[in-house]
Design a protein around this ligand. Structure first.
Ligand code: FUC
Length: 352
């Protein structure tokens, strides 16, 4: 079932719509047409009220000034492009730079703060909505016009399925993701560092101190980045490692072992387990990379219902192509050509 309501309005008066997708198990996910933001994700719980497992805000204004991309669809290029520069087919491009001289999450006017055209695709079992956005040639400095579609489906298996489609009229690059911060104890219930995580990746992409990949695809063996066994997040955050110092915690791209080029199927990539083991989040994707970000920068950020978000309050599982891949020929390519259709699939499953 889907209920639609007005969440607020943009500065120019355009209404921001909210879609609440509910399945027959009582799970509900609220999604805005502003940035495709996942604003609330309620999991039924016998003992007390439903648990809201994602961080978010209560007003449009909060989302528009937010620089943490809470719950948002990110584009055109998730994560960083070194100094916003890349070359495609011999032509140099320069994008908007919005963080430390780099392009972060598509530039200062990325997809996260755009109103997407929205419609209900299925209002029955497996409720689904379609979001569409056209980004013109030169938007934030990226070449070519691109037509983007995202379908969110909440299944009866308690999976939120996110399908990304895109096509373009000129060769370009594309790398979308969703930037939800998960906390399985509840968005306002202290740090998610009390949880444990597993990531099925035998390699990761180390960065320099500016969070730009060095280009190396490094084995995780004998390092805190070996998350193949279920590992307490606290243990990782407390480990001595230059990479963790650079980022002040985890903010790294893992190279998923299950990745198969051109696959349209989502394979199991990662999970997070709450401290009392009552809730488990499982992540499935067809993408090659997964950025694990432990919200290292939160410091008294006011969220929903006056919640106060602190460092490590949530964990992001950003399925993606590797950061800065246009500048690293050894990384899977983010190039999208006019004769191609991009298809990305990520599923977040909650076991409760
Ligand atoms: C993640 C990180 C960044 C950034 C952002 C808000 O994707 O990789 O470091 O701070 O989110």
């Amino acid at each position: 079932m889907i209920t639609q309501s007005v969440f607020g309005s943009m500065p120019d008066g355009t209404a921001v719509e909210q879609f609440c997708l509910t399945n027959n198990n009582g799970v509900s996910v609220e999604i805005l047409n502003l940035g495709g933001i996942i604003r609330r994700w309620l999991i039924p719980n016998d003992k007390k009220q439903d648990i809201d497992i994602v961080l978010g805000f209560d007003s449009v204004a909060d989302y528009l000034i937010d620089d943490s991309y809470l719950g948002a669809l990110v584009g055109r290029y998730a994560n960083r492009i070194d100094r916003g520069k890349f070359t495609l087919d011999g032509i140099d491009f320069r994008t908007d730079t919005n963080q430390n001289d780099n392009c972060l999450h598509g530039g200062s006017q990325g997809f996260n703060n755009k109103i997407w055209q929205s419609s209900i695709l299925s209002n029955d079992v497996n409720p689904a909505i379609l979001l569409q956005l056209q980004s013109p040639d030169g938007d934030q400095g990226f070449p070519g016009k691109i037509w983007c579609k995202v379908i969110y489906t909440l299944t009866e298996q308690n999976r939120l399925k996110i399908e990304y489609f895109a096509s373009c009229d000129q060769t370009t690059i594309y790398n979308p993701t969703n930037h939800s911060y998960f906390n399985l104890s509840g968005h306002n219930d202290g740090p998610a560092s009390s949880h444990s995580i597993q990531v099925l990746a035998s390699h990761f992409t180390p960065t320099d101190e500016r969070a730009i990949p060095t280009g190396e695809i490094k084995e995780v063996d004998n390092s805190p980045f070996d998350l193949r066994p279920l590992t307490p997040i606290k243990q990782v955050l407390g480990a001595e490692h230059q990479q963790l110092k650079f980022a002040n915690g985890l903010d790294h791209n893992f190279c998923l072992d299950a990745y198969q080029p051109d696959s349209k199927l989502a394979s199991y990539a990662a999970k997070m387990v709450s401290e009392n083991k009552n809730l488990v989040l499982k992540v499935y994707t067809n993408m090659p990379g997964l950025q694990i970000f432990t919200a290292n920068h939160f410091d008294n950020k006011t969220g929903k219902n006056d919640a106060c978000y602190q460092a490590h309050q949530g964990v992001c599982f950003e399925t993606q192509l590797y950061p800065d891949s246009p500048n690293h020929s050894n990384f899977p390519s983010a190039t999208l050509r006019p004769n191609q259709e991009f298809y990305g699939l990520t599923e977040y499953e909650v076991l409760f």
